[in-house]
Design a protein around this ligand. Structure first.
Ligand SMILES: [Zn+2]
Length: 228
């Protein structure tokens, strides 16, 4: 058996073991080789897999391979050892693309449907976090993009004013980023024509209604109170 990358080989072995279901343990993993044994080797299971990278073709070859597991996992479909965060993220990817606030309970259901294996809330949380990073990038990556984005915003919208809100903390040497505010020039110019607003507030609505509820209370002519 040949695979054009170690990642593809690992994925194939993982999928097979989730399907059967049996668990394996990695005893060696380098740039040149990947070796596995059964996780229940103490039961006398002889499953073995040795694979290596062929330096001439750069392909991954399966060498010594005893594919039959003689161990017994029972009918247990909970917490498969080889169902890692990456595999969970792969199936949650589509749902996270549709909504970044995909509930943990739904993550667990999606994984159960895909692999027929139950996962803990913690594993579902970590899988969702990883899927989120795959779709939207990491928090650190997004923050690193921010200065460039803001400069472009200012360049193409002359008169834009930006304020960074940071915080000093005793345990951190550098300032910690909290918020960023910006306003465009037309908003600044138009502000003088706005009616007086007493209060604007918004809240996230959870559950069935996946929206943000914005409430504005303002006084207008004749001192009427408007609630929107
Ligand atoms: Zn086994």
């Amino acid at each position: 058996m040949l695979f054009n990358s170690k990642k593809k080989l690992q994925r194939a072995v993982k999928l097979l073991h989730l399907k059967i279901p049996r668990e394996y343990f990695v005893i060696k993993s380098t740039k040149k080789s990947w070796r596995l044994v059964c996780r229940r080797v103490e039961q006398g299971c002889r499953f073995r897999l040795t694979s290596f990278n062929d330096k001439h073709t750069n392909m991954w070859k399966v060498g010594r391979y005893i594919k039959e597991h003689t161990c017994d996992m029972g009918t247990c479909r909970d917490a498969h050892f080889n169902l890692d965060v990456e595999m969970i993220a792969n199936v949650l990817h589509v749902d996270i693309e549709k909504t970044s606030r995909f509930p943990i309970k739904d993550c667990q259901t999606t994984v159960l449907k895909a692999y027929d294996i139950s996962i803990s809330r913690r594993k579902a949380y970590l899988g969702r976090k990883r899927a989120f990073e795959k779709v939207y990038g990491t928090w650190e990556g997004s923050f690193a993009e921010l200065p460039r984005f803001i400069e472009a915003l200012k360049h193409f919208n002359l008169g834009t004013i930006v304020e960074w809100k940071t915080e000093r903390r005793v345990d951190v040497i550098e300032d910690v980023f909290n918020y960023m505010f910006w306003t465009f020039k037309p908003c600044i110019d138009g502000f003088v024509f706005c009616r007086l607003v007493i209060s604007i507030d918004g809240t996230h609505v959870y559950g069935e209604y996946d929206i943000k509820l914005l409430i504005a209370i303002a006084t207008a002519q004749y001192y009427l109170c408007h609630l929107q």
